[in-house]
Design a protein around this ligand. Sequence first.
Ligand SMILES: Cc1cc2nc3c(=O)[nH]c(=O)nc-3n(C[C@H](O)[C@H](O)[C@H](O)COP(=O)(O)OP(=O)(O)OC[C@H]3O[C@@H](n4cnc5c(N)ncnc54)[C@H](O)[C@@H]3O)c2cc1C
Length: 504
Amino acid sequence: MLSHENNASVDYDVVLIGAGIMSATLAVFLKELQPDLEIAIFERLDRVAAESSDAWNNAGTGHSALCELNYTPQQEDGSIDISKALKIIESFEVSKQFWSYLVGHGYFSSPKSFINSIPHMSFVWGKEDVDYLRKRHEALQTSHLFKGMEFSDQTEILASWMPLVMQHRTESEKIAATRIELGTDVNFGELTRSLFNHLKEGHEIEVFLNHEVKSLEQDEMRHWFVKVEDETNDINKTVRAKFVFIGAGGGALRLLEKSDIQEGEGFGGFPVSGQWLVCKNETLIAQHHAKVYGKAKVGAPPMSVPHLDTRIIDGKKELLFGPFAGFSTKFLKQGSFFDLAFSLTPHNILPMLSAGIHNLPLTKYLIEQVMLSFEDKIEALREFIPNATESDWELAVAGQRVQVIKKDEEEGGVLEFGTEVIASADGTLAALLGASPGASTSVSIMLELLHKCFKDQMASEAWTAKLNEMIPSYGKHLADDPELTHRVRKWTHEVLQLNHINIL
Ligand SMILES: Cc1cc2nc3c(=O)[nH]c(=O)nc-3n(C[C@H](O)[C@H](O)[C@H](O)COP(=O)(O)OP(=O)(O)OC[C@H]3O[C@@H](n4cnc5c(N)ncnc54)[C@H](O)[C@@H]3O)c2cc1C
């Protein structure tokens, strides 16, 4: 793969479809690992990072399981399983190392343009959930990765952590929270734009905007013919590439189906839309400084637990509550209402129906969410800010997530909430489906893709040495190595200008 024999017959070594955080991360990896690769990116919109990766379309949480309770489920025996939490926090530490390396190599004017320290908090009410949170805190304290997380059910302490949330509450309410300074808010849109700008300025890649990929087909030489519509000039063209990444977000499923690779059969997609309440009152925005996650209601998809978030978007502090989940048949925010219907194929119709039947609580939850009026949404916000008033808030539409539906021997089809890298057996094509935990783990996801599709190169001394330089914990488990964790956190927090109080 990707040897330069036969180069005359291809236009590019690599074609990346879609200009979101995933394609940007893969482009940077490939150029750092093999600078002579010729890479083109085709994006259907008129700018990069305009779909899920845009800051207003996602929650900007640097997912590390510091506040998201869905990564620490309670077992039947009452104990807390922290295995998922360890995986997520390790992945985010990998992302921080990759971004720190890029800061040192001039990719950003300042790390503050895309990443900022914001304390992460979990907030619960009612005896059962308070007991759960206490146990969760104890369980996480067994790992050095969560050092510095505090638990409290004391009104005064909670009021100092989140004054806005604690105002107008009665002493008798049973509530508790955890707080950790290690948390971050990430502007994934700005991050994506910076990566593309740096590569473009160095003439290292070609980015074609307003170019929609319509289909792709492989020839007997294992090259991919990618058919593209140039919407500005209203012409169709075909480019030939040795490797294709379908990083088209919600558009990936349709293109994977069109590629006809066997590995892509049986996958379906279930779209979940979202809305935020955005605060317009500067006094309230100034009073809050944390990402405060609650606990999911029965049937709620794990990524749709509403949270009250301080965000730093384009240098300005904002306050958002949500996302409220909803249902739309579109697979992209700027997609078509026919997306869901067009994604149905003879291979995925049964898995899709079966997943629908097995997920009735989710369907019920989404219907309830869609029915919520603006007033109902403000009422939900009052669980976090008891005296919230309608005039301080307005609604904004978030990005679209397409959850993966997978063929399953026993159940026919299962709905998954993670991401899935699907690669052809010959390693010439890969696609990314799903959206959670998403952008935070883009670096680990792209490493997984490189291992699947560039096996020989990834085993080579040259690539291994470069990967170790970019990510000092590459190939190691931070959860097993407090000394290495200390070293990489010291480095990343200094370079990224993040808090390092109580965490090292
Ligand atoms: C409401 C919400 C909240 C989220 N919160 C978080 C969070 O807090 N933390 C986190 O880490 N992640 C979060 N995510 C997930 C995260 O946003 C995504 O995982 C990530 O942005 C996906 O990046 P991507 O590059 O795969 O897709 P995208 O950013 O969607 O990019 C795909 C691109 O492909 C283009 N495209 C599509 N079809 C074609 C075609 N045929 N031809 C050419 N171009 C095409 C699209 O226009 C788009 O620009 C959230 C997502 C949503 C929707």
